[in-house]
Design a protein around this ligand. Structure first.
Ligand SMILES: C[S@@+](CC[C@H](N)C(=O)[O-])C[C@H]1O[C@@H](n2cnc3c(N)ncnc32)[C@H](O)[C@@H]1O
Length: 485
């Protein structure tokens, strides 16, 4: 329970007069959340090569301080708990891949199978969000998050000259909460809303159903084809497995919130033989274990690409590195689409504006667990390398400009979240107001909540500086808010 008044964060000021109707509209709070743990990874086990032979195994050592991240909202990972659940479907599947290939698989392949295997992947058959799930995300913390993304999207649409058709794409919409809050928040702005065709890129059939329900969709028989309409704002909605399958030829706005961190990463380690890829194998005792590749692997091509974007001084200090080819490819695809169709993309995630060395984490039920522990039952995510996104976009098209990253606190503050929370507080009960203030603080605050008086292990952790925001837009439109200066 919150008993003390919150300390309000001072925000960088921005001229937001034209946004006031949006910020003060729809002054009824909807979703409230008593959120607990975030999904931000902590510093990870540093794995150290102990043998220099073909596929040498790697022994976990104590956590490294490679990345300093506040882990106080979550329990420390256990030292050795990566015993695989012998009979789970995904474990059998992973072992059969390793057996029939006659050798270990990359961390990226493991991550992809564990998260999105069509039968048994972590995301595929369940709702993993919220206090009852495995982790919490910003849209689940407060309706204000989706509303502020709506403000950003409307500003971009204005900068684009108010086109009467927009493909509005969300990558990995989770429960659909962000999109639902965005549509509710902007529903009074008829011209904007009527321009939207919502496209959700989602691999999980379970989450697709949840999104359909949370967007209050109805399936209508249109002339010649079936259409799904969100009754929140009367906008058509459709689902796609990848961005490539979203129709092109129309100006496009793309939102990727906590999507990039779920994309599979490759991990490399510097050894006496040079850079070796960290792989996953099955040991004699039938448990999964990490090993190092004896020779360069196909992913080395992406390692070389990443090294080309780095300063020599930074590379000299590195002992480990993560690279995400899928993030590079996705960014290229976003940049090309924005270049040809107009529009922009907003990428929000936890990460660094530079090389990420060792960040992969597994989270189950709001606690960190070992990456190899009971695969498929825990979320796997890695820090996003925003510098790599910038370079990928800039190399893919000279017609796009990349802005940021800035912190989530700067982004939401500049868009006027403090005005929005004040407007919402006008219509709240005391309990709602307490929850609203806590949600506001969690979105923009830093460190442990100063007002928290409950159990230490449930203290709220601010997302304001741990999450970064980057925009990629068509140069014709100029810099998007709030990245102008
Ligand atoms: C961490 S969740 C974020 C959900 C939501 N954006 C939020 O912030 O609450 C990742 C989302 O991306 C989806 N996803 C993960 N990998 C995907 C892939 N390769 N293709 C399509 N969707 C994917 C998951 O099913 C889930 O909806």
């Amino acid at each position: 329970m919150l008993r003390r008044a919150l300390k309000w964060t001072a925000f960088r000021s921005l001229s937001i007069d034209h946004l006031r109707p949006l910020l003060s509209s729809h002054s009824s709070p909807s979703n409230f959340s008593s959120s607990t743990s975030l999904r931000t990874p902590t510093d990870n086990f540093t794995d150290r090569a102990v043998e220099d032979v073909a596929y040498p195994s790697i022994t976990p050592s104590p956590p490294s301080a490679t990345i300093a991240i506040d882990r106080s909202g979550l329990c420390n990972p256990p030292e050795h708990s990566h015993e695989a659940t012998a009979d789970s479907e995904i474990v059998r599947h992973l072992k059969s891949i390793i057996k029939f290939r006659g050798g270990p698989i990359s961390v990226a392949e493991y991550m992809e199978e564990v998260l999105t295997n069509p039968k048994a992947g972590f995301y595929i058959n369940r709702d993993v969000f919220g206090a009852e799930g495995d982790f919490i995300t910003s849209p689940e913390v407060s309706q204000m998050f989706g509303e502020m993304i709506g403000v950003w999207a409307m500003c971009l649409w204005e900068q684009m000259g108010q086109p009467n058709k927009i493909n509005f794409v969300e990558l990995g919409p989770g429960r659909g909460t962000l999109m639902a809050d965005l549509l509710r928040g902007t529903s009074k702005f008829k011209k904007f809303i009527e321009s939207l065709s919502v496209h959700l890129v989602e691999c999980s059939p379970t989450l697709q159903k949840l999104q359909h329900s949370n967007l209050k969709c109805v399936d209508e028989n249109g002339i010649g084809e079936n259409a799904t309409i969100s009754t929140l704002a009367g906008t058509p909605v459709s689902w796609h497995p990848t961005l490539e399958e979203v129709p092109s030829g129309v100006p496009t706005i793309i939102i990727a919130h906590e999507f990039y961190d779920a994309l599979p990463i490759h991990q490399f380690q510097r050894t006496s033989r040079g850079w070796c890829e960290k792989m996953i194998d099955v040991a004699d005792d039938s448990l999964f274990r990490f090993v190092l590749s004896p020779n360069p692997t196909p992913a080395n091509i992406f390692l070389t690409r990443r090294f080309n974007w780095a300063a020599e001084d930074d590379l000299a200090k590195l002992g480990q590195i993560e690279v995400c080819p899928r993030a590079m490819e996705l960014t290229e695809s976003i940049a090309k689409r924005i270049s040809s169709d107009g529009g922009g993309a907003l990428i929000i995630d936890y990460g660094l504006n530079g090389i990420v060395s060792d960040s992969l984490q597994a989270i189950r039920k709001h606690k960190f667990v070992h990456i190899l522990d009971s695969p498929g039952s825990a979320d796997l995510s890695a820090y996003v390398d925003f510098a790599s996104i910038r370079h990928s976009a800039e190399e893919a098209s000279e017609n796009v400009s990349v802005h940021g990253p800035i912190t989530q606190s700067q982004f939401l503050g500049a868009l006027g979240i403090n005005f929005r929370v004040e407007a919402l507080l006008q219509n709240c009960t005391d309990d709602q107001a307490e929850s609203m203030r806590a949600g506001y603080w969690q979105l923009v605050g830093e460190g442990e909540a100063p007002f928290w008086e409950g159990p230490d292990d449930q203290v709220q952790i601010g997302m304001g500086t741990r999450y970064l925001v980057m925009a990629v837009v068509n140069k014709k439109q100029g810099a998007p808010v709030p990245f102008e200066s």
